[in-house]
Design a protein around this ligand. Structure first.
Ligand SMILES: Cc1ncc(COP(=O)(O)O)c(C=O)c1O
Length: 283
């Protein structure tokens, strides 16, 4: 394994990093995380990621044991041990080590892990030609079951959706909520363009509030592009003029095919290209 890992204050090589099997992150998937990337070796939108980490942690009653400044210090120290132009950074906070019990008293100290690896960018053709997504059968967790607002280490819903997409030879899994509305992808948020206007499903539909999603909504406002958060049906997605996904690692990636249906003639559209250009000049 390539990379450098911080585990509760100790920084070492990825191969040596370990967390005890009685960690409730391992036993129960109880934990939250953030994925960041660097531009010019500086973590992008660090404060927004930390705010979301705290919101996720609060939703599972997990105390964050450090200030943002201390977390940044830990990230910087870990990153300093990884020599690469750009970095992938994953911060994980779990319930910590304790006996086999859901009682919070069993786990007095959370576990903090920071994984830093060289960033492997997606091929440039994914931006110039776009990608294919598959509308999968696996539905996004219902917010009353496991709220997608929580960026949780418990990723089985996402992993099963992505397995289905892989079986279809697609690059991402486009998911619906229990009511059959499009919500998001397994690892990214979803946007369409219709008649020059942006539309993305609302948080109330049950999806992760992507940091890139919000950044793109702000960029659109600055560019004078009208953007709305509103329910999106599969039929409207298939009939869109353009579509794209957003995430920390994929930035803005055009979606040019949904299953067998080409979107907007099967090439990245003008609004998507304009937003990508604006995105890149703001990183
Ligand atoms: C389910 C899901 N939705 C959306 C995103 C995109 O979020 P962000 O833009 O904060 O990377 C992710 C990122 O991993 C995700 O896992």
């Amino acid at each position: 394994m390539i990379g450098v890992v911080y585990v509760n204050g100790r920084i070492g090589s990825a191969d040596d990093a370990a967390v005890p099997v009685f960690d409730h992150g391992f036993l129960y998937g109880e934990g939250v995380y953030e994925t960041l990337r660097t531009y010019a070796r500086q973590p992008f939108l660090f404060d927004a990621h930390m705010a979301r980490l705290r919101r996720s942690a609060e939703m599972i009653a997990l105390p964050v044991p450090m200030t943002d400044a201390a977390l940044r210090e830990a990230v910087d120290q870990t990153a300093a041990a990884c020599s690469s132009d750009e970095l992938y950074v994953r911060i994980l906070l779990t319930r910590g080590v304790g006996d086999l019990s859901y009682n919070l008293k069993a786990t007095p100290a959370p576990t903090l892990v920071i994984i830093v690896k060289p960033l492997t960018p997606f091929p440039e053709r994914t931006y110039t030609e776009g990608i294919r997504v598959s509308m999968v059968g696996i539905r996004r967790n219902h917010p009353h079951a496991l709220n997608p607002l929580i960026k949780s280490n418990n990723l089985l819903n996402n992993a099963l959706a992505m397995q289905e997409a892989y079986r279809q030879g697609a690059d991402e899994a486009l998911m619906q909520n229990q009511a059959g509305f499009i919500v998001e992808c397994s690892q990214s948020n979803f946007f369409v363009v219709k008649n020059g206007e942006l539309l993305t499903p609302p948080l109330s539909a049950g999806l992760l509030p992507g940091i890139t999603r919000q950044f793109v909504l702000d960029l659109a406002a600055a560019e004078g592009i009208t953007a709305t958060s509103a329910p999106l049906t599969p039929a409207s997605a298939l009939a869109a003029d353009e579509a794209f996904i957003t995430s920390t690692t994929r930035e803005i990636t055009p979606v040019t095919t949904i299953d067998e249906t080409p979107i907007g003639g099967g090439t990245p559209g003008p609004v998507t290209r304009r937003l990508l250009e604006a995105f890149r000049s703001n990183t």
